[in-house]
Design a protein around this ligand. Sequence first.
Ligand SMILES: Cc1cc2nc3c(=O)[nH]c(=O)nc-3n(C[C@H](O)[C@H](O)[C@H](O)COP(=O)(O)O)c2cc1C
Ligand code: SF4
Length: 1421
Amino acid sequence: MSTAAVARVAYLSSDVLVDSRPSLTAESSFATAYKTLSKQGTDPKPIYSLPFGADPGSTLSRHSSVGLLSYSTESQPQLLNRLVVHLNDLANSPLVLHVAVQDDLTDILVLRSSVPFVLYSHTAQQAHDNALVASRLARLERKPVLHAFVDVEESVDEVQEDQVLPFLLKESNAIVNGSVLPSDEYTPALYRSYVSAAITTAAFVRRPVRALTEQGARSPQIVIFTLGRVTADFNIDDVSFVDISLLNPLPASELLRYIPPSATRVIVVEQVRRWTTKWTPLYLEVVSAVQQSDREDTPVVHSAVLEDGTSIQPLDVAKLIERAKSEPPSTRLRLGGLSPVPTKAATEAPHVPKHEGSYLKILSQLFGDRLEISNSPDLVPSQGQLATTPEFALGRVRGDLEQRQELIDLVKDLLQSYISPELHQLLSEWLLAKDDAHKSAQLGKEVVEVLKLEDNENPTVARILALQAQFPSISRWIVGSDAWSYDLGASGLHHAIASRLNVNVLVLDTVPYSTRNVVDPSRRKQDVGLYAMNHGDVYVASIAVYSSYAQVLQALVEADKFDGPSVVVAYLPYKNEEVPALEVLKETKLAVDAGYWPLYRWDPSKETKGQEPFSLDSDAVKNDLQQFLDRQNHLSQLVRSKPVLASEIVGSLGENVKEARRKRAQQAYQELLTAIDAPPLLVLYASDSGKAEKVARRLATRGKMRGLSTSVATMDSISIEDLKKEEYVAFVTSVAGQGEFPQNGRTFLKTLNIAAARGEKLFDNLKFTVFGMGDSHYWPRAEDAHYYNKAGKDLDARLAQLGGERVADIGLGDDQDADGPETGYKAWEPLVWKVLGVDAIEVHEAEPEPITNEHIKAASGYLRGTIAEGLEDTTTGSLAASDTQLTKFHGIYQQDDRDIRDERQAQGVEPAYSFMIRVRMPAGVCTPEQWLVMDQIADEHGNGTLKITTRQTFQFHGVIKRHLKKAIQDINRTLLDTLAACGDVNRNVIATALPSRSKLHRQTWEFSKAISAHLIPRTTAYHEIWLDKKLVAGEAVKDVEPLYGEFYLPRKFKVAVAVPPLNDVDVFANDVGFIAITDEKGGLTGFNVSVGGGMGVTHGNKKTYPRAGTVIGFCTIEQGCEVTEKIMLVQRDNGNRADRKNARLKYTIDRMGLEVFKGEVEKLLGYKLQPARPYTFDRNIDDFGWITGDDESHHFSCFIENGRVQDEPNGDFKTGIREIAKIHKGTFRLTTNQHLIISDIAEEDIPQITELLKKYKLDHLDQSGLRLSSSACVAFPTCGLAMAESERYLPILVDKVEKICEENGLRNDSIVMRMTGCPNGCARPYLAEIAFVGKAPGSYMMLLGGGYYGQRLNKIYRDAVTEPEILAILKPMIKRYALERQDGEHFGDFVIRAGYIAPTESGITWWDRAGGEGEWRETSA
Ligand SMILES: Cc1cc2nc3c(=O)[nH]c(=O)nc-3n(C[C@H](O)[C@H](O)[C@H](O)COP(=O)(O)O)c2cc1C
Ligand code: SF4
C-alpha cells in the first residue's frame, strides 16, 4: 500500500516525524505505520501526532533545524491552506511534506508555488521511490519538498532498512548508467538538484525515476500531458502520452523536449476538480513554454480535466481528441468518467471559515441571547451531519414554534382559571409583550418564578413550566452556503421559503465576482433572492457586509421582525480563508458596482401599509431582477418617486458614454479615410499619469504638421478588428508597477497575449513601431533590471509575433537620461518620419504649446471655467478635464473608484466617477451643530463615512455629480465652506490642537482664522456656481483677486501654527510655519516664522525633494497676516510656473537663496523680522484620553484610526460621536494626526459623555504606542494618484510590527510610523521615524531616521520593499533598539546612531547617502 511504503521511508530517513490526524477520532494510517516501525526498530524516532484541524505550522517551525523533518497528512484543504502561511518561514529547512491525496490535486497545486520541489506519484511503487527522492533532496538542499501521492493498494518492492541512511548521505553522482546531469547554464539550479537526486535514487532502486515519462508514438501529432491517476497503457497512432511526476521545478525546456516539431496539438490533462480560476497551472506552464519556443508553427494547446482515470480506454482518448479538434482552444475538455466523490462519515463539527464569522458575529451582536442558529455546526457531534441541513433545522423550528403556540394557549387557559392577582397581571403582560425581544424574556423569567410557588398539582402549570424555554421571543436563523442555491428543492431551501413559518434564512454566497464565470460551469446556480420574492409573502434582502454595514444591520433587524419566512442572501466573496479582508472588500465592490450583487430589501408587509415594498440600496441591478421589478410594477412607482435614480437604473449603465465613444471613433475613422496624399498614422498610447499620453499627442501633432493624417487614442479604446484594418501605427507606452502595462492598455495587451497563446497570426497588413517610456532606476535592484521599459519591449515582441511588420526599431525613453524620455524620443521620432516618407519635409510653424494648469487658470474667468455647464450634463458622471483642475480651488476633487476601474472598462462603461469634497475649517474647530450636519452630509451625499484629514478638516468621499451642489450648499448652510481647501492657493490653516493650554489654543485659533480669511480668494465664482448667487449687476461686476491675480499661485501654499512643546502640526512641513512664543507667564507674545517646508517628491526624480522649513525670525501677533501675505507674494512672483514639480516655495527659496528670499519679503514688509526666540518641541503625536486645560476646562481625545469616522464591527464610532454631538455644548477639534478631541466638555455633561464614550467604544485607548503614533493617507480606492494601498493597509502592517515591539517590551513606546500611497506625501511621511511611500501595489519605499518631533527629515533606506522584507528589516532593528537605546532615545535618533542611516541635514541633500550606511547599505542602491 502506498501510505505504508511512504511512511516506512519517512520513518527510516527522518530525525523527527510530525503527523496530522485525519479526523477527531480516527488514527492516521501514517501514525499506525510509524508505531509498528518504532516497535520493531532499534532506533526509535520522536513522533508528534497532531489533533485533527490543528495548525501544524508551529510544530514544524520548532523542529525545523533537525537533520530531516517529515510531515505526513491526508489532503485536507483547510490544513494545506494554512500550511502556506508557514512555508515562508520554513524555506530553508530540510522538510518533506508527504500528502496522501484522493482524486483531486487542487490543494496540492495551490501549495505548489510556495514549495521549491513538488513531486507526484500515482502508483505505490512510484510513491516509495519518490519518497526516497524527496528525503534525499530535502536533506541535501535543506529546502522543503512536497510529495503528493495517491494511496493505492498495490504491492511495493521496498529497499532494505539498513541501506536507507547510506543512500541519503551518499555523494552526488554526475553520471550514473549513462545519465548525464544537465549542466548548461540555462537549466535552473533547482532542476539540476532534482535530476541529481533522481539519478542517485534510480541507481539505488534500480528502476527509472523521472520527472516526465513518455509513452506512445515517436513523432506524434498529438501530445497528451497527464497529471493525475491515469493509466493509458495502450498505443494510439500519432499520439504520445507524457506522464508528469515533477511539478516544481519544471523548466520550459524540459516540457518542450516532449513536444516534437511533428506535434500540432497539445492537450494538458489535469486531475483538478475544484480548481476555481479559468486556467489550470500545468496548462499555463505548457502554454508559456510553447510561447517561449522559437518554433515557427506553435501547436494549439488545450486544457482538460481528468475525471476518473483508472479505467481509461482508447475510445475515451479518441473522444477527447475529437472534441479538441472541434471545439475552440478555450473550451475546457474532460477525460474519463466521473468518479464518486469520497464522503466522510466524520461527526466532528464542521469548521466555520474565518470570513463567514463576520456575519455570525453581527447576528450574535444584534440578537444576543435571543439568537438561535437552528442548524449550528455545534449540533453535528450530537445529531450527526444531517444537523446542518435546512430540513433538519426547519424541523426543529417547526417543533419549537408549535411548542410556543402551545405555551400561548396554555397561558390563555390559565388566565381563565383562578390564580393570584400578581400572576394574572404578569401573564397578561407577557401575552401582550410576547413578541417583544427583551420584555418577553424578562416577563417570562418573572412568570416562572411565581409559577414555581403555585399549585404544582395543576397540570396546566406543570406543562407551562415544562415549556418555559419558549417564553422569550427567539430569533431563529438557518445559516447556509450558496451550495444550497444549485438545487433549491433538494437542498431543502424551498421548504423553508414556502413554510410560512417565522424563520430566517441567511444564505452566504462566496463566489468571487472575478471568478463568477469559471466556477462549475456545468451547474446553474439559482437566484435565491428572486425565487423567494416570487413567493410574495417572504421578506427578502440582499446584503454585503463589505459594501454597506448599515444596510446589513437594517436588513437583519427587519428580517427578524418580519412575521413569516425571511431570506437574506449575503455576499462574502473569498477563494480561501487566507484571502485578506481587503480582497473580500474589493471583490464585493466590483460585484455591487456591476449590479451582479445588488443591495436591496423587499418587505411585503409594507404593501399592506400602502408603502413601497422594494428598497434598492445600491445603484445598479441585474437584468433579471429588473424584469421582476418591472413585472411587479414597482419600478414605475420608483420612477415616479425618484425620477433621477430610476433613469439610471432603467437605462443600461453608461449607454451614453458608449454611444459618444462610438461616434468619436467613427468620426476619426472617416477623417482618416478622406485624408489623401500621405499615409494615415494612428498613434495608440497607454499611460497612467499622462507622460506617455503627452508624447503620443505630440507625435500626432508633429505628424499633422508634416502633412500626415493622424489620430490618437488609448490602446484599450481600439478593437483588434479595427486595428487589423490599420496600416501604420505608432505605439507609445509607459510602464506602471513592476514591468506592468498602464491601465488603459491592459485589456489590449491581454487580448494580444491570448491570440499569441492560441498561435494566431492577427496582422497581415500592420506596420508598427513602438516607443517605450520607463525609468531604469525605478526598481534599482540588479535582479529587477528586466522591469525597465518592459511594457514597450513586450508589446514590440508580441506585435511582431502576431504578424505585424516592425518598420522602425523600438525607441526607449528613460526618466534617468539627461533630458528624461526626450533623449530617447529624439532618436526615435526621425525613424517614424522616414518610414512614412515625410522626413524631408521641413516644418516651420511653431508647435502649439501644450495646455498647462497656468493656461487653464488664466482662461477660467476667475475659476469659473465650464463647471456650471458640466454640472448640468447628465450624460456623464464626470466634469471636463480642465474643469477638474478648477474645482480643486473650490475644494472639490474628481476621483473614480479604482477598485472597480478595470471591471467597468471591461464592461464598456465609464469609470465610477465621484467627487471628494474638502471643507475649509481653520485650526480644525467646529461646533456640535456643524458636526451633526457633516455627519448627515456623509450619509446623504457621500459614502457614509467622514475622513478627518492631516490638514485638520473634514473630507467627504464618494459624492456623485448630481449630489455635489446640494452637498456644498449644506456645508455652507452650517457656516463652513470649501473654498480654497485645495488648488494653487493658501490651503486650510492648521494649528496645534493642544487642549492643555486652552487659553493659547483660543488665541492661535483666532490667529489661524485671521490668516485664512486674509488669504481667501475673492472670486465670486464659488458663490455663483454652488450657491446660485448671481452677480449683483449682471456682467458689469468684474472679479478681482488683489492678492493672487488671475494666475493664482504656482502651486499650493500651506500655513501651520504650532504651540510648543507640541509639534502635532509638523510646522516644518509647511510653506509658512508660526511657532508660538510665550512670556514667562505663559501669555502669547508672537511667533517665530519658518519658511519653505514641503513634502511632495517624485519617485526617482532627484530634482524633487522634501524640505523641512527654516526659521527666519520672529514677528508679533499683529504682524502675522502681513508676514504670511508677503511671503506668499514673493512666491507668487518667483515660483517656477513652467514646471509644477518644481513650483513649491521650497524650491523657490533654494533657488533664490534663503537670505535673498528673506530680503525680498522684508522689502515688501518695509521692516525687518526680529531675531528668532528660543523654543522647545518634544513630540508631534497626540495625547489621548481625558485632559484638563489650564483654565480647568475638560477635554477628551479619541483615537480614530487614520481619521476614518465610520460604524464598523469594532465599534459604532460614527453613531457614537453623533450621539455625543447631540448633547455636547463645547466644540470638536480635529487634529492633524487625524484624531478627534471633544473639547470644552461642560462639567455637568461629563458623566453622560463618559457613558457614551464607553457605549460606543470610543474610550478604547489601550492601543500600542506604535498604533497611537501611526498615520496614513487615503490612497486607494479614491485617490487618483495612489500607487499602493495606505489607509486600508497600514492597520494591517501595524498589527504585525506591533507584535515585534511587544516581543521586545516596547508595547507602550511611541514610534512615529507613517504611510502614504504615493510620494506626494499627504500624511507627512518624510518627517516620520519610519515611513513607507507607495511605489506599486504591495511595494513601498522605506524611509528611516526622521526626528521624533518633526525636526528632521528621514531618508530612503530601501527603494522598494514588500511586507515580508519590511518585517525582516524591522525585526532585528527593533530588537537592537530595545536592547541598546540610550535613556530617552527615540527610534529615529537610534537608527542614525546605530549606523543604519545617515541623518538628513537639509532638503537639498535628502537624496545623498540614500540606501543605508555601511553594512546596512543595500548593495545595488
Ligand atoms: C507605479 C510606477 C511603477 C513604475 N514601474 C516601472 C517599471 O517597472 N519599469 C520602468 O521602466 N518604469 C517604471 N515606472 C516609470 C514610468 O514608466 C515612467 O515614469 C513613465 O514616464 C511614466 O509615464 P506615464 O505618465 O505615461 O504613466 C514606474 C512608474 C510608476 C509611477
Ligand atoms: S499621499 Fe498620494 S496617495 Fe496618499 S492621499 Fe496623498 S496623493 Fe493620494
